[in-house]
Structures are given as structure tokens and as C-alpha cells.
Design a protein around this ligand. Structure first.
Ligand SMILES: Cc1cc2nc3c(=O)[nH]c(=O)nc-3n(C[C@H](O)[C@H](O)[C@H](O)COP(=O)(O)O)c2cc1C
Length: 174
């Protein structure tokens, strides 16, 4: 398949996930093009499949992917597509937080008019060493409240890479 990946990222982890997906898809013989949503990505027209990836910050995904999905929702709705949602809640088992996460995803999708064939909730990362003082302070506080990791001298990656790989399999089987 000719696959398009468009991603939004704030601290870089969704880019890392998108790069991993690209490499995995190429290993399986697919032709892949990947774009940062802030850098005028092309229309999805002409691709067989599209994956749009973005991460949640304070309940919202990047506006760049929102603009992209809204602009091209009609084309996206007429091809095979998947939304890859990256968050910390996806690493948790808390039912209430998961309910909120799904609401954020549904709000995002309804604002764009895009109805992806598949939605994957993927756990992101806590990149304490890359945050500025304020972000580090806030994220430690949030993490502590939910019983999460609080050593700010290191980073934590919760992404299940097999799960990410599984998205390609699901799209191939559609
Ligand atoms: C300031 C800030 C706010 C965040 N808010 C949320 C949130 O509301 N819900 C959530 O599940 N994760 C939240 N996260 C976690 C991010 O989604 C996670 O770190 C993800 O890996 C970021 O991906 P990116 O590096 O591609 O931006 C937040 C992270 C930061 C730094």
C-alpha cells in the first residue's frame, strides 16, 4: 500500500512513534511518506491509506493535525485511515481517565468531520529531562497524584511498540 503518515508532536515522542511506524511499514514492502503536520503536508489524495498521529496536552491534540484532518476529512473518509492518539492516560488502568480520554478523542474527531476506520490509543512518554522547569514541576505533580513515576532526573517511555506495529496489521487486513 502507499501509506501517508501525518503527525503532530509537542515534545517529539509522537514523531518517534511515527518514524517507527514508517520503518516497520517499509520493512513490509509498503511505500511510505511521512510529514510533520506543521510543515504543509500534502493532501491525502492519491494515497491508499493514511495514518494521522497526535498527542494530548491538557485535553487537546495539536491544532496542526486538527486543521489537517478538518481540511481533508472528505478525502480521508473515502480511503482507509487510522488515528493514532498518544497520551499518558493510555498507560493507565484508571477507568475514569480512560472515559475522559475517549471523550477528548471523540471531540477532536467531531470537530474535524473525519471518521477514521481505526483508532488506536497509545501510551506516550514522560520526558522530564526535556521539559522546562514549569512543565517538569506540573508533570511531576500530575504523575504523583496518579501514583506514577516522579524521578525527574530521567525520562520514562510507556509506549508498547508491538501495539504500534499492530496498527499496520489491522490496516493491512481491512
Ligand atoms: C504539559 C503536558 C500536558 C499533558 N497533558 C496530558 C493530558 O491531558 N492527558 C494525557 O493523557 N497526557 C497528557 N500529557 C502527556 C503527553 O500526551 C505525552 O507526554 C506524550 O508522549 C507527548 O507526545 P509528544 O512528545 O509527541 O507531544 C501531557 C504532557 C505534557 C508535557
Amino acid at each position: 500500500m502507499k501509506l501517508l503518515i501525518v503527525y503532530g508532536t509537542t515534545e517529539g515522542h509522537t514523531r518517534k512513534i511515527s518514524e517507527f511506524l514508517k520503518e516497520e511499514a517499509e520493512k513490509s514492502g509498503h511505500k511510505v511518506e511521512m510529514f510533520d503536520a506543521t510543515l504543509s503536508p500534502p493532501s491525502p489524495r492519491g494515497y491508499h491509506t493514511a495514518i494521522i498521529a497526535g498527542s494530548i496536552h491538557a485535553g487537546n491534540y495539536q491544532t496542526s493535525i486538527q486543521h489537517y484532518a478538518r481540511e481533508y476529512h472528505e478525502i480521508l473518509n473515502n480511503m482507509k485511515s487510522a488515528f493514532l492518539s498518544v497520551s499518558l492516560v493510555a498507560a493507565s488502568q484508571d477507568e475514569e481517565s480512560w472515559k475522559e480520554l475517549k471523550e477528548h478523542t471523540n471531540t477532536f474527531l467531531s470537530l474535524t468531520g473525519w471518521t477514521p476506520d481505526h483508532i488506536e490509543q497509545v501510551a506516550g512518554a514522560l520526558l522530564y529531562t526535556k521539559y522546562d522547569f514549569f512543565k517538569r514541576f506540573i508533570m511531576r505533580l500530575i504523575s504523583k497524584r496518579s501514583g506514577g513515576d516522579i524521578d525527574t532526573t530521567r525520562d520514562y517511555e510507556y509506549t508498547d511498540w508491538d501495539q504500534v506495529k499492530g496498527i499496520l496489521k489491522k490496516l493491512e487486513e481491512m
